[in-house]
Every structure is written in structure tokens, then in C-alpha cells.
Design a protein around this ligand. Structure first.
Ligand SMILES: NC(=O)c1ccc[n+]([C@@H]2O[C@H](COP(=O)([O-])OP(=O)(O)OC[C@H]3O[C@@H](n4cnc5c(N)ncnc54)[C@H](O)[C@@H]3O)[C@@H](O)[C@H]2O)c1
Length: 367
């Protein structure tokens, strides 16, 4: 018997799951399919799930009832960050063939790829590491998918693919001239994935994050990089430890002279991954999606510093020279992702970002 997806109510059609009314049958059916996905339990392969964003994503998905398999070689991640309810496979993505049987036995619905080296400065000094790990890793994953497991892929890309913005806010079609090998590897990965989608009928979505920040609401899963180059964790640590922090540059053409960046809470990133994945799973044909994923507004370094001071406590700072390649302002045009994925950014206000990150950093300090 065919599944009943809608009901006629007068001149309208009602989705039998959420009871919303529509003018057309197709809209009601599409709503039903979406509601169905929202309540379905997926098996997700999270590559790089022991790192910052991958671990928060995994935990969020497990809390929603999905099954998560984490694949990570712990080169930059931490075993204790992996949710105990996940299946953990310690392996290098470059050797994915070694775990072929295990992966094929798991009936995986969707793949999330977070596994990359992501330090801009290191990529300038040692580009070979980045081309090997980031580009070759994705090439081997695509080969694995082409031969054995052609299922949807959501890929962590970055606003670093754009380089100096030709306009602000940055929309998806702005020109792409990465300033670092890191940014170049992300752009190459996007291009490789696009070619595979086209030739082998795959489905993939590129999420180009701006600056990820914040932690899980319980403060138990968050950002831990070595060295830490991101502003918010460094400011929070300075505040907690009463250390002096250096702000890079105070002569940019912005209101207060410091750089402006777009910060997106890691929980909003997690939602975006889920919704991008749902869209791929619902799509019948091959598809290559790409979205700029930022909150849409920028905060200057000094604005963030002042908020950290008022939320956590006073500390001193000095201005240092600009970092090479730093542009004055970078923030996303998120119209496309809001429209197509119907996402709302619930956590990306500065106070939530700083307070969730503070809980996490306090816990790290007391370990
Ligand atoms: N953090 C940000 O602000 C930001 C911004 C834009 C894009 N991104 C992208 O998001 C992704 C996640 O970033 P993050 O901050 O969580 O990084 P992270 O370094 O905390 O996590 C990356 C994880 O991938 C693992 N990994 C790396 N190479 C691997 C390999 N070959 N095989 C198996 N595991 C491997 C590491 O061990 C680590 O656990 C990266 O792809 C990064 O480029 C991050």
C-alpha cells in the first residue's frame, strides 16, 4: 500500500505529519518528505570527529538519536572529545581502504568530512603537509565513494577560498583567490568534488564556514587546538589566566582600527550540517550545493575583547603588527543558505558564543 502523505482539506492539501496546509499537492508531499527525514534516524560517518567542530557535531547528532561513526587518526584531535556513544575508528583517511569492510557493514546514510589540517601559518611554511592531508585525503575518499559507497557528502570548506573580498558581504559567487595554501587546498577539494558529482552522479554540499566559535551548551565539548591561533579562545584564556594578549593590527580602515570578522557558533554549524545533509538525502538526482556559512554580521577584534572583559573579567592587551594577508573585514552574505536550508542562527550572538566557550575553557583549565 502506498504511503499516505497528504490529506485534502477544502481547497488545500495538508501534510499528514505536521498538519501544515498548502495550496498544491506537491508542496504537501515535499513537506511530508522533509518531516519524515526530521524524524528518521540516520547512520552518519563523521571523518575528523575527534576535532573541535566534528566532536560538537557528533554529540549534537547523537543527542538527536542518530548513529555516529567517527573516523579520526587523532593527528590533531583528542580521543576524550569523542562522544562515548559514538563508534570510534582510529585510522588515517588516506588509508580508508583498510577499513572498507567495517564501513560497508554499517549501512551508512551520509558522510561528513571535517578532517583537515587548518592552520593558515603552518600551511604557508609546510604546504606539502596540506596538499597530502587535505587534498589527497579527499581524493581517496571520493575514490572510495565512487567505487563502494556513493552516498551524500557534506564537506567542511572555508571562507579562506575567497582571499581578498571583491565585495562585502561575501556571497557565493565572489571571486576566489585564496591567500594561503590552506585556502587553496579547500578550493581544490571543492573543484574535485564538483567533478566527481558531475561524472559519477554523486550528491555533495560545500559549507564554507567563516570563524567557528563557542562550545556545546554544557561546556563539555569545545575548541582545543595546538597552537591555538583563534581570537576568541585566546581572549578567554587571557581573561581567565589574567595574561596579556596581543591584538594584531590597529590601523585597519574600520571604525576602531581592528579587523572585523564573522563568527558563527559551532551549534549553528551543526544545524547547518544536518540541514545540508537532509537536502542532499531528499534530492533525487546528482547535486553539487555550496553555501557561505556565516552569521552575516561582523565584530571587530576590540568589540570581542570588550565583550570578553565584561562577561568574564578584565585583562590587559597590547597592539602588535598586522598579520600578513589579514584583510580589514570579512563577513558572509548568508541569504542563500537561509533561503535554501531554512536555517535560523540561534546561537551566534556574541554573549552566547563567549559564555559557552568560557564554560569549556574553564573546564580545560581545571583538568
Ligand atoms: N575552526 C574554524 O574556524 C574553521 C573555519 C573554516 C573551516 N574549517 C574547517 O572545518 C574542519 C574542522 O575544523 P576544526 O577546527 O574542527 O579542526 P580540528 O583540527 O579541531 O579537527 C580536525 C580533525 O580531523 C582529524 N584529521 C585530520 N586529518 C586527518 C586524516 N588524514 N585522517 C583522519 N583524521 C584526520 C584531526 O585529528 C582532527 O581531529 C576543517 O576541515 C577545517 O578546515 C574550520
Amino acid at each position: 500500500m502506498q504511503n499516505v502523505k497528504f490529506r485534502r482539506t477544502g481547497h488545500k492539501y495538508e501534510c499528514v505529519k505536521c498538519l501544515k496546509s498548502y495550496f498544491t499537492k506537491d508542496e504537501a508531499v515535499s513537506c511530508y518528505d522533509h518531516c519524515d527525514l526530521l524524524t528518521s534516524k540516520l547512520t552518519m560517518l563523521v571523518i575528523g570527529g575527534a576535532g573541535y567542530i566534528g566532536s560538537v557535531f557528533s554529540k549534537t547528532m547523537i543527542n538527536l538519536g542518530h548513529k555516529v561513526i567517527v573516523l579520526d587518526n587523532l593527528s590533531r584531535g583528542h580521543f576524550e572529545q569523542v562522544d562515548k556513544r559514538a563508534i570510534f575508528i582510529k585510522e588515517n583517511l588516506l588509508n580508508i581502504e583498510n577499513i572498507k569492510d567495517q564501513l560497508l557493514n554499517e549501512n551508512i546514510d551520509i558522510i561528513y568530512h571535517f578532517a583537515a589540517f587548518a592552520q593558515v601559518g603552518e600551511s604557508v611554511k609546510e604546504p606539502h603537509l596540506y596538499y597530502e592531508n587535505n587534498v589527497e585525503g579527499v581524493r581517496r575518499l571520493l575514490e572510495f565513494m565512487r567505487i563502494y559507497l556513493n552516498i551524500p557528502l557534506v564537506f567542511s570548506s572555508s571562507c579562506a577560498i575567497f582571499g581578498v573580498p571583491d565585495q562585502l558581504p561575501l556571497h557565493e559567487e565572489c571571486s576566489k583567490n585564496p591567500l594561503s595554501p590552506y585556502g587553496t587546498t579547500k578550493l581544490i577539494c571543492e573543484m574535485m568534488i564538483k567533478d566527481y558529482v558531475h561524472a559519477y552522479d554523486m550528491k555533495a554540499s560545500m559549507l564554507r564556514y567563516f570563524n567557528a566559535c563557542g562550545a556545546s551548551l554544557d561546556g563539555l565539548t569545545g575548541e582545543k587546538h595546538d597552537p591555538e591561533t583563534h581570537l576568541i579562545p585566546n581572549l578567554i584564556n587571557a581573561s581567565l589566566k589574567k595574561e596579556t594578549v596581543t591584538i594584531n593590527g590597529n590601523n585597519f580602515p574600520t571604525n576602531d582600527g581592528t579587523c572585523i570578522r564573522d563568527y558563527i557558533h559551532v551549534l549553528d554549524l551543526a544545524d547547518a550540517h544536518l540541514l545540508a545533509g537532509f537536502k542532499l538525502l531528499k534530492t533525487k538526482n546528482k547535486v553539487f550545493d555550496y553555501f557561505n556559512l556565516g552569521s552575516g554580521s561582523g565584530y571587530s577584534n576590540l568589540e570581542i575583547l570588550e565583550t570578553v572583559k565584561s562577561e568574564i573579567g578584565d585583562f590587559s592587551y597590547v597592539f602588535g603588527p598586522r598579520r600578513e594577508g589579514d584583510v580589514p573585514a570579512l563577513f558572509a552574505d548568508n541569504t542563500k543558505i537561509k533561503k535554501e536550508l531554512k536555517i535560523e542562527f540561534k546561537y551566534s550572538d556574541l554573549k552566547t558564543i563567549i559564555n559557552t566557550a568560557m564554560l569549556w575553557h574553564k573546564k580545560l583549565l581545571h583538568k
